[in-house]
Design a protein around this ligand. Structure first.
Ligand code: COA
Length: 436
């Protein structure tokens, strides 16, 4: 028995129970022993939307939402975003430690060897309508990878897992860039493995007729920082989808596609696209008070504000705001920035937002940078999905090695009808039989 426990008295029966505490949590299964009588199923917990339920133990990402702290494997996000590359951070998230120089070279080389996709997958992508949303293309094409790599189904085989990991991290930028170029009617650009992970992505996006694409180093570094900030965020909706689907031992391509589908929603990764639409709708700085009044009256949300976990300034939003300044020095300012700054200022001084602890989240400024860099809003969530693939895979690997995890299958509290019979059936001698 752990040192700390909780004494629960069931007022229905007068019985008391000592329930052990682990990391300040009770195990829901320890409540099952609390029964009215022997025929009773026992107590369950009811927690729609997992507001207060830990679904796993994890050593990957730490968030303290009240003070605005985010750490990967113990390192503050500010330190990682300040000095490290996305591939170093990816290695850290996946394997627990930052790579040394030879490990990083080997890691980057291995990923670079998996950036190409099968030509049939290219044909598959050509089948999408010209105006298909890039996120829909991304989700479907990642799922389609499953049909190219049947070896991925062997999810308990560590060697196979490692291979799928390299393939996924190598191929998601290629698929993302192809989705983008398809929506513009531009020919696909093959990967250039002499470039860094982010530079190669920019080359696949924007290379035209020049023999080699030279990314602006400030923009390439800004994208690398954005990738670091988006790489993992513990048990959010998409990661929960990854773990849930992965728990059935579906292959990692299908699980990543499911996680990316969850990310596509406007309350999750789709929020940055919505922020830009909102800024367009507001139009001018002078219209900010009117817009906030509408939000407070319950007509719509202030997109890019609020978070299930952060009840303080999202540390990623702070870093993005700084990165935005560097990007704007290269691209010229995005006129929407002024509206965003005024929205933030006004909301942070408004009783409605203060009372509910609503602060800017990662999506508030990311869309503005992406737009200044030349991306259309439809592409924003895809830019989120590329680095988050690393987090999903880290969480998936951790889940498969966790002896306590089983197929994810919540309970429900049934609130429907008691037994009743269909009038199309007639009862003979008490047994329902099909009507003639
Ligand atoms: N604008 C206005 N009001 C908001 C708000 C927003 N962005 N986010 C939350 N609220 C309000 C809710 O209406 C609710 O008010 P009430 O207590 O009067 O009913 C209160 O704040 C609590 O919000 P709730 O919806 O219970 O929080 P949640 O944890 O379920 O939702 C989000 C978290 C992120 C889904 C939510 O804040 C949101 O929709 N934000 C906008 C979308 C967004 O930026 N998503 C990206 C997340 S990284």
């Amino acid at each position: 028995m752990p040192e700390e426990s909780l004494r629960i008295t069931d007022n229905r029966t007068g019985k008391s129970y000592d329930v052990p505490l682990y990391h300040d949590a009770v195990r829901a299964m320890d409540l099952r022993q609390i029964k009215k009588d022997d025929g009773d199923f026992g107590l369950m917990t009811y927690d729609p939307a997992f507001l207060n339920t830990a679904s796993c133990m994890s050593a990957i990402t730490y968030i303290d939402g009240d003070t605005g702290i985010l750490r990967y494997r113990g390192y503050p996000i500010e330190e990682l975003a300040g000095k490290r590359s996305f591939l170093e951070v990816a290695y850290l998230l996946l394997f627990g430690e930052l790579p040394d120089a030879p490990q990083l070279t080997e890691w980057a080389d291995k990923i670079a060897h998996h950036t190409l996709i099968h030509e049939n997958l290219k044909k598959f992508m050509e089948g999408f309508r010209h105006d298909a949303h890039p996120m829909g293309m991304f989700v479907s094409t990642v799922a389609a990878l499953s049909t190219f790599y049947p070896d991925a189904r062997d999810v308990m085989n560590r060697q196979s897992r490692r291979m799928q990991l390299l393939r996924l991290i190598g191929k998601v930028p290629t698929i993302a860039a192809m989705a983008y170029r398809h929506s513009l009617g531009l020919p696909f650009v093959y990967p250039d493995n002499s470039l860094s992970y982010t530079e190669n992505f920019l080359s696949m996006l924007w290379k035209m007729t020049e023999p080699k694409y030279q990314a602006n180093p400030v923009l390439a570094r800004a994208l690398d920082i954005l990738f670091i900030l988006h790489a993992d965020h513990e048990q959010n909706c998409g990661t929960n989808a990854m773990r849930c689907v992965g728990s059935s031992h579906a292959d990692p391509y299908l699980s990543v596609a499911a996680a990316a589908a969850a990310l596509a929603g406007p309350l999750h990764g789709g929020a940055n696209e919505e922020v830009l639409r909102m800024l367009d709708e507001i139009g001018t700085v002078s219209a900010v008070p009117e817009f906030l009044a509408k939000v407070k009256a319950g007509h719509g949300k202030l997109m890019g504000f609020g978070h299930r976990v952060y009840k303080n300034y999202d540390p990623r939003a702070r870093i993005i705001k700084q990165t935005a300044e560097e990007v704007f020095r290269v691209t010229g300012a995005n006129p929407k920035l002024e509206i965003a700054l005024e929205l933030e200022r006004a909301a942070l001084h408004d009783e409605y937002f203060i009372k509910r602890k609503l602060y800017p989240n990662v999506d508030f400024y990311s869309g503005i940078i992406y737009q200044a860099m030349g991306f259309r809003p439809e592409m924003f969530t895809v830019l989120f999905a590329i680095p988050r693939t690393v987090g999903w895979m880290a969480q998936w690997l951790e889940m498969l090695d966790d002896a306590e995890q089983k197929i994810a299958r919540p309970r429900q509290i049934y609130t429907g009808h008691e037994l009743r019979h269909d009038a199309a059936y007639r009862c003979e001698v008490g047994t329902p039989v099909a009507a003639a």
